[in-house]
Structure formats: structure tokens, C-alpha cells
Design a protein around this ligand. Structure first.
Ligand SMILES: Cc1cc2nc3c(=O)[nH]c(=O)nc-3n(C[C@H](O)[C@H](O)[C@H](O)COP(=O)(O)OP(=O)(O)OC[C@H]3O[C@@H](n4cnc5c(N)ncnc54)[C@H](O)[C@@H]3O)c2cc1C
Length: 480
């Protein structure tokens, strides 16, 4: 336990905010989370309509041990809180060529698959004890955690993911495309993100793809329940308008509280911002230099989502399916230009395949996601029609079976979560510098910390939960 019990305010009740609140509470601090929306969870969100439930944020759970380790800090476990199912098959992948690859819980037999996954394991083993082990304030932070020179080459940071996939799969362009899709797990492009991201293939292969029965909302509810049971105060519908600090210069300035939108002043010894780093330094605690540094990091991609209540059931689909575009490079070029791809890769999660509580009997809950650039301006109706038409061109025509559709655009995501441009994962992993220019977990003032997708180590549920561990340790080992 820290020497003195402190008052900590967490700005934002996303998964990163809730996770850090749980950890700090476990150490005995008094922790209050202020969340501007009426429900906590941030991007981990649910839409219910006419007996259908859609996970409108994350739909795939990986690395459950990260949440288990978090819950254990307050005396419970993931298994005690959530009924997690290990999916098998994990995914079905489809191409217009007629090829289809099923990746089961024990993998698949495509030539090169096992080699790619084995390389991913090497990357992960080194990354876990270096990149993910603590804060990152530049290449030096990584360098000092390396045990041997080989660690650096093992994490494969210099090649792109696409290049490493081509080295393994050669002329099999479809499997190259399959491997490249792991870049999108951090909102990046396989043509720009480092080969390091290939470790996700290993994580899925060895640690599984999981689904919480009842939907991702069950995981969100578990985070909230565990936090509140431990004594965290979560206040929803409470927007933080500013973070206050003592006067001074440089890092001698110390945050001392927050002001809510209704002018309530809350004193705090430390403030952890789960809000996006741009919102933090532009609006909450304006700091031109810190903002300029934040803006060196590229935003991750955003997404266009179609939730469709569908009559009947679809033969051949799994819980997770992906229908690939014909030309991956053209697709990512169009995304980079801010355009809606004319032939998008379509990800679908139909959780009613596993969990009958998610749709009325004899129906399906289709969550369809297409990658688009952060800030892309879309015509909702045109984009919906295009997604459904492109899916039909793969032989899956939902159009005659639709009961309703609901859509989410990048501007909806921005408005809901204050994430600039509606970026799904905060910052992207595009380019060799990405890991080092991502905003730091230690803020511009004493007592200010950043947790969540826009800061180190990046977005995705397991990573934001890891960022909470890093911030907790920074706070525990020195309040600077
Ligand atoms: C469509 C979609 C699909 C995804 N798929 C997956 C997936 O399958 N697997 C996966 O692991 N991840 C996935 N992700 C990413 C994952 O959801 C995010 O990385 C993660 O949930 C982000 O958590 P966070 O802690 O960074 O905060 P966020 O979820 O961004 O939460 C930040 C919170 O801060 C609040 N806030 C902001 N400003 C203020 C303020 N001034 N005052 C008070 N509150 C404020 C916001 O309202 C928000 O609730 C997906 C995301 C989306 C949108």
C-alpha cells in the first residue's frame, strides 16, 4: 500500500479508467471516476433494439488473463464475474475467389500459418517483458528493458506487417491479406504498421478468442461491479470541464483537482485522464507544447458500423467472419485518403451464433464493421447500401431479411466518446516511430497521468487494461 491514502480523480469511465480505478482502490486510495455519459464503459458499449443486442464497440475478447489479474487485485477473478466461452472456430475468412479459411481454436492447416504464428510468439515473448512492461518515454525506455541485442530483432520493428507476411506466405496473396489484418487491431495499415503486430496471431492461436455470455455488456458490467464493490465511486452524467493545477512552470506544476460542467470543484491529489490525450491538453488542461507532442502520433482508423436485425439464420457463418476486399492495397490507400473504400473488407460479429440471448429465436444480430479513416465524412444511407451490396457480392445477401439497421459513423464515435475523428483505438501503430511518439502515461504536470487507448501502450481492451497497470505502478512508485 502507498504511504498515504490519497484522493484520486479519474476523468472518464472507459475500460482504462475503470481498470486504473480498481487498482488504485486496491492500494487503499479514495478514487472517484467521473464519466460524462449516462453509462460507464466508454467504447465498450451495447445497443438494444426489438429483442436484439449488439456489441457496438469491442466484440472480440483476447488475453483474458489481463482482466483476471486486474480483478484479483481486489479479491475476485474473471471466472467469478463473467461466463467466458472460448470460441471454436475462432473466425471464418472468405474471399471472392471462393476460398474460405476456417481458423479453429487449434489453428488451421494453411501452408505458412504455423510459421507465422511461431514468429508471433517470439515477438510477443520479448514485447511482453519490454514494451508492455512499463512506461515508454522514447527508444531508451525500450532499450533498457532489452536483455540481449537479439531482443531488438526478435520484435521485428523494421519490416512492415505486410512485408513479413509476404516473406512467410510468398505468392499466396490471400494469406498475406489474412496476416495483414492484424494491423487493423490497432487501427493501422498492414503497409505501414510494423511486423511486430504479427504477435496478435500468436495470442489468438495460443490464448484463444473469447466471448462473455450475455455479450460484451457482461464484461462491462463486471468491471463496474468489481470497481464499486471495491469502493470506487463512479459518477455518470458528470462531465469534467477542466483540470486545475497550482501555478508554476514546467513539471513543478501540480494538479489539484477538477471542475465539473456544473461548476462543482473537486479536490484531488492526483488526476488520471482516461479521456483522449488531445481532449486533455486542448480542453481540460490546455498546454500547447504537450498538445503539439500528442499530435505527433497519428490517429488510429475509425469505423463505419451497421447493426442489422436479421430474419432467419445464415448457413455457414461463424460467430466472427471476415469477407476480404479484392485488392488490399487499394483499400488501404482509399482509407488513408479519407474515402469510403469501394470494396471494403467487412468484419461481422453474429453473437447469436453462440448466445441465443442476443437475438429473438430464428433471428440473427449482425454487427458489421468496415475500416475508415478517423474524421471520414460518410453518407450513412449510401455507406449502408454499399456494405450490404458488397456483402451480397460475396454470396451473403441480407437485404431481403432485414428488420432494421442502425448505423454508427466516425462523427457519432467522436460525439459519444470525445475521441478525435472517432478514432477507435486512439493512436495508430503506423510507422516505425509510432510506439515512441504515443503520448506518455506521465502527464505534463505533477500528479497527472494518462490511461487508455490514446496513450502508451495503445488501444484495444487488453492494452488499455495494461496501461492501467503501468499508471498504477507509476503512482505507487513515486508521485512526481
Ligand atoms: C467499433 C469498435 C470496435 C472495437 N473492437 C474491439 C475489439 O473487438 N477488441 C478490443 O479489444 N477492442 C476493440 N475496440 C477498441 C476498444 O473498445 C477501445 O480500445 C477501449 O474500449 C478504449 O478504452 P479507453 O479506456 O481508452 O477509453 P474509452 O472507451 O475511449 O473511454 C473514455 C471515456 O472518457 C469519457 N470522457 C471523455 N472526456 C470526458 C470528460 N471531459 N469528462 C468525463 N468523461 C469524459 C468518455 O465519455 C468515455 O466514456 C473497438 C472499438 C470500437 C469503437
Amino acid at each position: 500500500m502507498a504511504e498515504r491514502v490519497r484522493d484520486v480523480v479519474v476523468v472518464g469511465g472507459g475500460v482504462g479508467g475503470l481498470a486504473v480505478a480498481i487498482r488504485l482502490r486496491a492500494r487503499g486510495h479514495r478514487v472517484t471516476v467521473f464519466e460524462r455519459n449516462e453509462v460507464p464503459g466508454g467504447k465498450l458499449a451495447v445497443l438494444e433494439r426489438d429483442g436484439f443486442t449488439f456489441d457496438v464497440g469491442p466484440s472480440l475478447v483476447t488475453l483474458p488473463r489481463v482482466y483476471d489479474e486486474l480483478f484479483r487485485t481486489v479479491g475476485t477473478s474473471l471466472a467469478d464475474e463473467v461466463d467466458l466461452v472460448r470460441l471454436d472456430p475462432q473466425f471464418r475468412y472468405w474471399w471472392r475467389s471462393g476460398r474460405h479459411v476456417e481458423v479453429r481454436d487449434d489453428g488451421c492447416d494453411e501452408p505458412g500459418y504455423r510459421e507465422f504464428v511461431a514468429h508471433g510468439r517470439t515477438i510477443w515473448d520479448v514485447s511482453e517483458r519490454t514494451f508492455f512492461a512499463g512506461p515508454m518515454s522514447g527508444p531508451w525506455s525500450l532499450a533498457k528493458r532489452l536483455r540481449r541485442m537479439r531482443d531488438l530483432t526478435d520484435i521485428d520493428p523494421l519490416r512492415t506487417l505486410h512485408a513479413s507476411a509476404r516473406d512467410v506466405f510468398g505468392d499466396d496473396a490471400e494469406m498475406v491479406q489474412w496476416a495483414g489484418r492484424y494491423a487493423t487491431y490497432s487501427g493501422s495499415s498492414p503497409f505501414r504498421a510494423p511486423a511486430t503486430l504479427g504477435c496478435i496471431a500468436h495470442l489468438e492461436h495460443h490464448e484463444g478468442c473469447w466471448y462473455p455470455m450475455g455479450g460484451l455488456g457482461a464484461l462491462r458490467d463486471a468491471f463496474v461491479r468489481v470497481a464499486e464493490r471495491a469502493g470506487v465511486r463512479i459518477v455518470c452524467g458528470a462531465e469534467v470541464r477542466s483540470i486545475t493545477a497550482t501555478p508554476g512552470v514546467g513539471s513543478t506544476r501540480q494538479v489539484n483537482g477538477v471542475v465539473l460542467a456544473d461548476n462543482t470543484v473537486i479536490a484531488a491529489d492526483a488526476v488520471v485522464a482516461n479521456a483522449d490525450a488531445t481532449h486533455l491538453y486542448r480542453d481540460l488542461l490546455p498546454d500547447r507544447r504537450a498538445l503539439a507532442r500528442v499530435q505527433r502520433a497519428d490517429a488510429s482508423t475509425s469505423g463505419f458500423v451497421v447493426c442489422a436485425g436479421v430474419r432467419g439464420t445464415t448457413p455457414g457463418i461463424a460467430h466472427h467472419d471476415i469477407w476480404f476486399s479484392d485488392d488490399s492495397r487499394h483499400e488501404f490507400d482509399q482509407i488513408a485518403e479519407g474515402r469510403f473504400p469501394d470494396d471494403p473488407t467487412i468484419y461481422a460479429c453474429v453473437s447469436s451464433v453462440t448466445d441465443s440471448s442476443q437475438a429473438p429465436a430464428g433471428h440473427e444480430n449482425w454487427f458489421l464493421l468496415v475500416n475508415v479513416a478517423a474524421g471520414a465524412e460518410l453518407d450513412r444511407a449510401a455507406a449502408t447500401a454499399q456494405v450490404l451490396e458488397r456483402l451480397a457480392s460475396h454470396g451473403v445477401d441480407l437485404r431481403d431479411r432485414l428488420l432494421f439497421t442502425e448505423t454508427i459513423t466516425p462523427s457519432d464515435l467522436e460525439a459519444r466518446y470525445r475521441s478525435p475523428g472517432g478514432a477507435i483505438y486512439g493512436t495508430s501503430s503506423d510507422g516505425r516511430r509510432a510506439a515512441f511518439v504515443r503520448p506518455r502515461n506521465r502527464g505534463s504536470h505533477d500528479g497527472l497521468f494518462l490511461v487508455g487507448g490514446s496513450s502508451h501502450p495503445g488501444g484495444g481492451l487488453p492494452l488499455v487494461t495494461m496501461s492501467a497497470r503501468i499508471v498504477d505502478e507509476m503512482i505507487e512508485h513515486g508521485w512526481r
